[in-house]
Write a protein that binds this ligand. Structure first.
Ligand code: HEM
Length: 295
């Protein structure tokens, strides 16, 4: 089950990247609104690349549903003695249902402006849950020396504060994009806007900046503390570098006036950061046994 849980994390990650490709190439409507069919048939005519992308995304996400279901049931049955495994497998199953309903509704409603924010939010939470579930199955305690406990407790606080803002930041970023506030702000034309006012668009943009600063400070604070006890050092560096990368690519989007490529890289990098952050959280919860240490 352990190897399968890692496979599930990778599978979920690829599904999210494919979803990003659908948005980037504007292929969301290529199969029409008759989900689960594609333009009225189970195997559509592959007339253009939009159909290929949207259809592969549909097939892949259907397979993902199966993979997550097997993972959740398998983990639950084989590790039912662990409360964390039980809770996380139920949560992963619940999020899968929610994600399928949101994804299906999005297609049936013809991708209304702003709605894809929910898609991004639940898919990122699903990915995070898969990482945590995998960690809970790999549970093997790492001893922490007593004189390091204070540093561990401080680093945990720094990390969770920054990471909670990080999750908020991804949802805000998705809202910024899918409400088309980013287009209004950059004076770009779009078919449909949810946010039409430039001043509201600027408020969303400013919040995206404020959250960037908080996430950056959290990551730096976490890095400094993890240097003191060394357990999470490579992941702390990776997390910090990826936060910087997110910000740098965000700036590039503005400089290049929102090219599809830059916007996609921004999303891919932030999805990778979610996996790194989930691994750090999993480390605290299941390897350092934070509760046992009273932190
Ligand atoms: C920790 C730092 C950051 C994170 C985690 C982050 C994350 C995100 C995410 C997840 C999206 C939605 C992408 C999508 O749904 O495809 C987004 C959108 C966006 N972000 Fe960021 N962001 C960060 C910092 C920044 C910064 C510093 C800027 C620029 C000054 C920026 C500019 C943008 C823009 C312009 C969009 C909209 C892109 C579009 O309309 O295609 N981001 N961000």
């Amino acid at each position: 089950m352990r190897k399968f849980s890692i496979f599930t994390v990778i599978f979920t990650f690829v599904a999210l990247i494919l979803g990003n490709l659908v948005v980037a190439t504007e292929s969301g409507d290529a199969c029409g609104t008759d989900w689960p069919f594609c333009n009225g048939s189970l195997i559509p005519a592959f007339t253009d690349y939009h159909v290929v992308i949207e259809y592969s995304h549909r097939i892949f996400t259907t397979m993902l549903g199966l993979v997550i279901l097997i993972n959740a049931v398998g983990a639950y049955i084989k590790n039912r003695q662990s409360k964390a495994v039980r809770r996380l497998s139920i949560l992963s199953f619940g999020l899968l249902i929610l994600q399928s309903v949101i994804g299906g509704l999005n297609v049936l409603l013809g991708t209304p402006p702003g709605f894809s924010t929910f898609d991004v939010m639940f898919s990122q939470l699903l990915l995070l849950t898969m990482v945590l579930l995998s960690y809970s199955l790999h549970e093997s305690e790492s001893p922490v020396e007593p004189h390091h406990r204070e540093a561990v407790a401080m680093s945990y606080k720094a990390f969770t504060l920054g990471f909670v803002f990080y999750i908020f930041q991804t949802v805000l970023g998705a809202f910024f994009k899918h409400s088309r506030a980013s287009n209004v702000m950059l004076d770009l034309p779009a078919h449909e806007y949810l946010i039409k006012s430039e001043s509201i668009a600027n408020v969303v943009y400013s919040l995206h900046w404020v959250a960037t600063v908080i996430v950056f400070v959290g990551a730096l604070w976490f890095l400094i503390y993890s240097m003191k006890f060394r357990y999470h050092l490579p992941l702390a560096w990776l997390y910090f570098i990826f936060i910087l990368l997110n910000a740098a690519i965000g700036i590039m989007i503005v400089v290049t006036k929102n090219t599809v490529l830059m916007s996609s890289i921004h999303m891919i990098v932030s999805t990778m950061t979610m996996v790194i952050g989930g691994s750090i959280l999993g480390g605290y919860w299941f390897k350092l046994k934070k509760r046992k240490m009273n932190i």
